[in-house]
Design a protein. Structure first.
Length: 518
């Protein structure tokens, strides 16, 4: 690159424009080469004017800007991340060696130039003499262009889609490596992948914000059960987990992940205040919450505050717990969607899951054949009641953003799930149905209707048991509603509690109660 820098256009764009940079810029960037310091051109590289131009290039100083990539911010305003050549060169060196790239490899460029994953797909391959396979019809046409491919680098959410139809994909016999990143990998998908491929195709899970130059941690996913980790820091990278005050937390405790090392970017283009807020000093025992807190007379490491919530596992790997700013607050309770999603994904019939709040209701979205009632029970077995979704939506696929992440804003509004209507039968069912209708503001409720499927939640459940107590002076534990959420089920519990209470009454108390009821 003559200027030593590049600016992919990834700002918000009109709906009718394709993702990524304009075509002329893409063609111009495709002709650019990255010279890895101290590494000669790969043997067998085809001779020609491009190779001669590459050899004639003056080495680019490490502190020169390699590219600026715009990422969306939590406020919706994009931020331009400035990545230097030293950042990129360190990552390319590690990737080429760790992935064992060689001239015979065919690596797919799945990501557009507006997303930093393209740097992992293009530069390590070209610097190793490998082929880069460009998809002529865009990323979603990948299944049509897999012939001869040896390495795939995919958004985790898109890989989940492929695993859902794993037997229908024409996987090439040449495939040896699949690299994932961008979202939490699902344990069920990893298990299904290993059932299909065994150890023959290496599966690598990576993690890293744009601000740490593509990736910061990595691990090879084996067939072990449990939540897949995001791995350990890669070469020339450090990782610290801190609490809200910036202090290091012990292994196993959740906290914010801060990343240091050669991949940490310069900062945000033209945003010094934001740069000082996110790129901060580490003094050896704690993170200083802003760069302005750094003492001028002491050495410190510069780290990036990722805003991601993680914990150190006993095996020394990091486990991703979700975004700090993704935490939901529902009815006064803090809800981490990643925790709920990880639990749902342990059900064998769930292929993908997402959780979000719609008003004061926690909604679970699932892909797969799992019975929704059974799935609610599955979640309730390990999660506290406020973390169990009270509304459920089954989807053919989770909606994705252009860069392959789950598009939570596009998740549809849930509809009230009504069972086939059967009129309440008996005093207990009529009582419970009337209470459900009053609390949920519904015209009528049938015997098979589920309180939570109709939109109920933990706070409304308190009102249900209070109404029953006021009506018949019976204490119904709130857990009984979670265990038997239908009119028929809860009415059965009410009857059992009444019988148990009657058994404890004396003959005089029973006669007095009978007189009151008549």
């Amino acid at each position: 690159m003559a200027s030593g820098r590049r600016l992919p256009a990834a700002r918000p764009r009109p709906p009718d424009r394709p993702p990524g940079a304009p075509a002329d810029r893409q063609r111009r960037d495709a002709r650019a080469h990255l010279a890895r310091p101290g590494r000669p051109a790969a043997a067998g590289h085809p001779a020609g004017p491009y190779l001669r131009a590459w050899r004639a290039l003056t080495p680019v100083p490490p502190a020169e800007i390699a590219y600026v990539l715009y990422t969306s911010g939590s406020t919706g305003e994009p931020k331009g991340v400035v990545v230097d050549h030293r950042n990129l060169a360190a990552r390319v060196d590690w990737m080429a060696e760790e992935y064992g790239l060689r001239p015979g490899d065919r690596v797919v460029q799945f990501a557009s130039l507006g997303f930093d994953t393209h740097a992992e797909e293009i530069y390590p391959a070209l610097s190793s003499g490998a082929h880069v396979v460009v998809l002529p019809d865009g990323a979603l046409s990948l299944p049509d262009h897999l012939e001869g491919v040896t390495v795939l680098d995919l958004p985790t959410a898109y890989w989940h889609h492929l695993v859902d139809q794993i037997d229908a994909v024409a996987w090439p016999s040449t495939l040896r490596l699949v690299i994932l990143g961008g979202e939490q990998a699902h344990a069920s998908a990893v298990a299904r992948w290993h059932e299909r491929f065994g150890p023959g195709v290496r599966l690598v899970n990576t993690y890293g914000p744009t601000e740490t130059t593509v990736i910061a941690t990595a691990t090879t996913l084996d067939a072990s059960r449990g939540v897949p980790p995001i791995g350990r820091p890669i070469a020339a990278t450090t990782a610290y987990v801190v609490d809200a005050a910036g202090r290091l937390v012990p292994p196993g405790a959740p906290g914010e992940l801060c990343v240091g090392g050669e991949g940490v970017a310069r900062g945000y283009l033209g945003r010094p205040d934001l740069t000082a807020d996110r790129f901060v000093p580490f003094t050896g025992d704690r993170i200083l919450l802003t760069a302005t807190d750094a003492p001028r007379d002491s050495a410190h490491e510069r780290v990036y505050r990722t805003g991601d919530r993680v914990r150190w596992r006993p095996d020394g790997q990091l486990e991703f717990l979700g975004r700090l700013d993704d935490q939901l607050k529902i009815r006064g309770q803090r809800v981490e969607p990643g925790e709920v999603e990880a639990t749902l994904m342990t059900h064998p019939d769930v292929g993908a899951a997402a959780v979000t709040a719609k008003g004061e209701t926690l909604v679970g979205y699932v892909v797969g054949e799992a019975d929704l009632g059974e799935l609610r029970d599955h979640a309730a077995a390990t999660l506290p009641p406020y973390l169990v979704p009270t509304r459920w939506v089954r989807l053919d696929a989770l909606p994705l953003t252009p860069n392959g992440k789950v598009d939570r804003a596009a998740l549809p509004e849930p509809e009230a799930a009504r069972a086939e209507y059967r009129a309440p039968d008996g005093d207990a069912e009529h009582l419970v149905a009337a209470v459900f209708a009053e609390v949920l503001d519904l015209e009528k409720v049938g015997a098979h209707d589920d309180f939570f499927a109709l939109g109920g939640h933990s706070l409304l459940a308190v009102r249900v048991v209070a109404r029953i107590r006021a009506a018949i002076d019976l204490d119904v534990p709130i857990r009984a509603l979670f265990a038997s959420p239908t009119v028929e089920g809860l009415a059965g519990t009410v009857e059992d509690l009444l019988v148990a209470e009657l058994d404890q009454m004396s003959d005089e108390e029973a006669e007095r109660l009978a007189r009151e009821l008549t």
